[in-house]
Design a protein around this ligand. Structure first.
Ligand code: NAD
Length: 474
C-alpha cells in the first residue's frame, strides 16, 4: 500500500497529542479499496496517558452539578446534530455506508443522547427510606470513575452517542476507543466537542490500544461493543482487575413470519432488517422462519426486494447497498453462503462476488438452509436472508431457539396467542410486527453469548454508577 496521509493524534486531556505508538494501521475506503489515511495502532503508553487524563478529571467532573453536566452534554448533542451531513460523509468514506442511512443512524444517536438527558432528570441519584430500628437509610448512586468505551466500526458516531450520555451525566469520565477501521468520524466528532479537559478522551488504534485500555487498573468500567470473541477477551481483562464490564456483542437474530400476515409487507420489513447497512448491524435479521402457508408468496416478494436493494430503489428508497467493510468481512459472508449451498440450500438471489473495485456483495436470499450451516450457527454480518420454511409456529419457535446467541428477535404475526410466546425466544429484545422500533427509553440486556449488562433508559444509569448506602441514626 503506498504511503498516505496520517492522522496520528489522540485527544487526551483536552489536547491533540501525538501518539506514542510507532506502528500504524491503514484506513481503507471499502468502495474503492484505496488508502484514506493511516492511524496509530495504539500502545500501552497511549492507553495509559488517556486513562491518566481521564482519572485526573474525575473529581472535578463528579463534583460538577448535574444541571451543568446536562448543559454540556446538550451542547455535545447540538454540535453533532449540526454536523450530521459532515459526519455521515466520513462514515461513508471509512465504511462505505450510503449517505442517507449514515445520516439516519447518526440522527438516532443524537436522539438517544437527548433521551439520556431526560433520564438523568428522572433518575433517583439519591433515595431515602426508613431503616430497621431507629434509622434512616440513604442510597446514593456514585459515579464509577473512569470508563473505557470501546466501539466497533459499523456505526462509530452512533455507538459512541448511544453509550456516552449516561456515562457522562452520571459523573464518569470516559476514554473512547473507536475501531481502527472507522476512526475518521470519531476524530471529527471530537473536534466539535467542548467539554472540560479530560472528561472525554479519544484513543486511536486497534487491539494494541484496546487491550491495554481494558486491562488498565485505572479503568473502573469497560463498556464494550463488538464481537463475541473480543468481548470474551475484554470481559476477562476487566474481571482480572475485578472491574465491571458491559458487553454488547454479536448475534444471529431470528425472525418468524406467521401464517395470516401479508407476505409482501413481511418481505419489505425483513428485507430492510436483513439488508440495511449491508447487514452489518448487530441486530440484523440473520434467520427467517416462514410458515408454509404463505412461504411461496413471501419468498417471491423477498427475492424481488433483494433485487431492489442490490441495484437501488427508485431514488426515494432504499439506497443501493454499500460495500462490506473490508475484504475479510466479505470473505466471511461468501464463505457462509457457499457453506449453505454446499449443504443443499437453494440460492435464489445474489451469492456471488461482483467484479471490483470495492468490497460489494449483493443482497442474497437462500432457501432451505440446514440448522448446522454456518449461516444459522455463527454471525454472518452481511446482506444475507436465509429462509427456512416451517409447518407451524411451534416449529418456528423450536428452531429459533437453536442458537447460542441472544441479541434480538422479530415476530411478524396477527395471532395474539403466537405473539404472546415472545418470551420463549432467545433475545434481549423482541420486535412484534416491526423491526428496530421503540426508541431507547427501554431496558435492554442481551441473552446467551450476545453479552451482559443491562442498558437503556434508567438501566444505563444503574450501569454507570455504584450504590453507596448511608445509614443515619435518628
Ligand atoms: P471487534 O470485536 O473486532 O472490535 C470491536 C472493538 O474492539 C474495536 O474498537 C477494536 O479495535 C477493539 N479491539 C480489537 N481487539 C481488541 C482487544 N484484544 N482488546 C480490546 N479491544 C479490542 O468487532 P468489530 O468487527 O469492530 O464489530 C463487529 C461486531 O460488533 C459484530 O460482532 C457485531 O455484532 C458487534 N456489534 C454489537 C452491537 C451490540 O450492541 N450488541 C452493536 C454493534 C456491533
Amino acid at each position: 500500500m503506498p504511503a498516505g496521509p496520517t492522522l496520528l493524534k489522540n485527544f487526551i486531556g483536552g489536547e491533540w497529542v501525538p501518539a506514542a505508538a510507532s506502528a500504524e494501521v491503514p484506513v481503507v475506503d471499502p468502495r474503492t479499496e484505496t488508502l484514506v489515511v493511516r492511524v496509530p495502532a495504539g500502545s500501552a503508553e497511549d492507553a495509559d496517558a488517556a486513562v491518566r487524563a481521564a482519572r485526573a478529571a474525575t473529581s472535578d467532573w463528579a463534583a460538577t452539578p448535574l444541571r451543568e453536566r446536562v448543559r454540556l452534554v446538550e451542547r455535545v448533542a447540538n454540535a453533532v446534530e449540526s454536523h450530521i451531513a459532515d459526519l455521515a460523509k466520513l462514515e461513508r468514506r471509512e465504511m462505505g455506508k450510503p449517505l442517507r442511512e449514515a445520516e439516519l443512524f447518526i440522527r438516532s444517536g443524537v436522539q438517544a443522547l437527548r433521551s439520556s438527558i431526560k433520564h438523568a432528570h428522572e433518575y433517583q441519584f439519591v433515595e431515602a427510606h426508613a431503616g430497621e430500628g431507629d434509622t434512616q437509610i440513604e442510597v446514593v448512586r456514585l459515579p464509577l470513575g473512569v470508563v473505557a468505551l470501546i466501539v466497533p466500526w459499523n456505526f462509530t458516531v452512533t455507538n459512541v452517542l448511544l453509550a456516552v450520555g449516561p456515562l457522562l451525566l452520571a459523573g464518569n469520565t470516559v476514554v473512547v476507543k473507536p475501531s481502527e477501521k472507522a476512526p475518521l468520524s470519531a476524530v471529527r466528532m471530537f473536534e466539535l466537542l467542548e467539554l472540560p479537559r479530560g472528561v472525554l478522551n479519544l484513543l486511536l488504534g486497534d487491539g494494541r490500544a484496546g487491550e491495554p485500555l481494558a486491562a488498565h487498573p485505572g479503568v473502573d468500567l469497560v463498556h464494550f461493543t463488538g464481537s463475541v470473541k473480543t468481548g470474551q477477551t475484554v470481559g476477562a481483562l476487566a474481571a482480572s482487575n475485578l472491574h465491571r464490564a458491559v458487553l454488547e456483542l454479536g448475534g444471529n437474530d431470528p425472525a418468524i413470519v406467521d401464517a395470516g400476515v401479508d407476505p409482501a409487507w413481511a418481505a419489505q420489513q425483513l428485507a430492510y432488517a436483513c439488508f440495511v447497512n449491508s447487514g452489518q448491524i448487530c441486530t440484523s435479521v440473520e434467520r427467517i422462519y416462514v410458515h408454509t402457508e404463505i412461504a411461496d408468496a413471501f419468498i417471491e416478494a423477498l427475492v424481488a426486494q433483494a433485487e431492489v436493494y442490490t441495484k437501488g430503489g427508485d431514488g426515494s428508497e432504499p439506497s443501493p447497498l454499500g460495500p462490506l467493510v473490508d475484504a475479510r468481512q466479505r470473505q466471511i459472508v461468501h464463505r457462509h453462503v457457499s457453506d449453505a449451498v454446499s449443504r443443499g440450500a437453494e440460492l435464489l438471489a445474489g451469492g456471488y462476488l461482483p467484479d471490483g473495485p470495492g468490497f460489494y456483495y449483493p443482497a442474497t436470499v437462500l432457501l432451505g438452509v440446514e440448522d448446522e450451516a454456518d449461516l444459522l450457527q455463527e454471525e454472518t454480518f452481511g446482506p444475507v436472508a436465509p429462509i427456512v420454511v416451517v409447518r407451524d409456529f411451534d416449529e418456528a419457535i423450536d428452531r429459533a431457539q437453536r442458537s447460542p446467541f441472544g441479541l434480538a428477535a422479530t415476530i411478524l404475526s396477527a395471532d395474539p396467542r403466537n405473539i404472546s410466546r415472545a418470551q420463549e425466544l432467545p433475545a434481549g429484545i423482541v420486535w412484534i410486527n416491526e423491526w428496530q422500533g421503540g426508541g431507547f427509553d427501554r431496558t435492554y440486556e442481551p441473552a446467551g453469548i450476545s453479552g451482559m449488562g443491562a442498558t437503556g433508559g434508567a438501566a444505563s444509569y444503574d450501569a454507570a454508577t455504584r450504590p453507596m448506602t448511608i445509614v443515619h441514626a435518628r
